[in-house]
Design a protein around this ligand. Sequence first.
Ligand code: MTE
Ligand code: MO
Length: 251
Amino acid sequence: MSDSQSKVPSPLPDPGADRRGAPVGRRVLLGMLGLGAVGVAAGGPIQNVVAKGIDTVAQKDPTGLSDLLPGNRFRYYTITSSTPEQDETTYRLRIGGMVDKPMTYRLSDLAALPQTRTVRDVQCVTGWRVPKTPFGGVRLSTLLDAAGVSPDAKAIRFTCFDGAYTESLTLDQARRPDVLVATSMEDKPVTHAHGGPVRLYVAPMYFYKSAKWLSGITVTDEVIPGYWERLGYDVDAWVGRSNGRDDAPTV
Ligand SMILES: Nc1nc2c(c(=O)[nH]1)N[C@H]1C(S)=C(S)[C@@H](COP(=O)(O)O)O[C@H]1N2
Ligand SMILES: [Mo]
């Protein structure tokens, strides 16, 4: 199957949320949906919807672009019906919680910091994949160091200006050099549809960790599972070795 037509579009809610009621193991459910679902970007109707996340994605695409993408490379996801736009004048990123110096960054402040570029494959937990995608921005570790993380801190909670999505990382994960507060994607500014002007990019993990419309970074003393994680997805979302996949990613 081509990338544009394959697989289910996003993380699935916990099988416990299956409206048909039968308890189904996650691996089985993923497999069933993988056979039956139609990709959002392929423009087909989403049928046999058993998962709230899937019809949310299908019906509430705020961009209206999902059907129009040439090449259907990336899909667009949101759990909200719309998200306000933020730009260089309005955007703010706040870092607080267990830090010495809570900070607020504008886009120009982020641009003035050392920039990092990664080129890795993007992979959604359900299988769609976009190879060799450049992301650019500031290392999260740079922002954490500037804020002065408390010695007792253990984790990070991310919040978004869609007002709903959340994510989490342990502090060790957050300090990895391939975890970015990203302002560019495919060497262009991150578009609104893709979570711009600033999104998180967690290169080694499934793409649900990469929170779009990033607005808050809160240092905490424990991991607070994010939106999809409360619905059954792994907090430690390493590509190829989480969420019931212990195999290497397929090419
Ligand atoms: N704020 C927010 N961030 C989010 C999501 C979302 O619904 N809201 N979806 C996640 C999922 S499941 C995926 S696969 C990617 C999709 O990113 P894209 O829309 O840029 O392809 O964003 C992740 N970050
Ligand atoms: Mo996803």
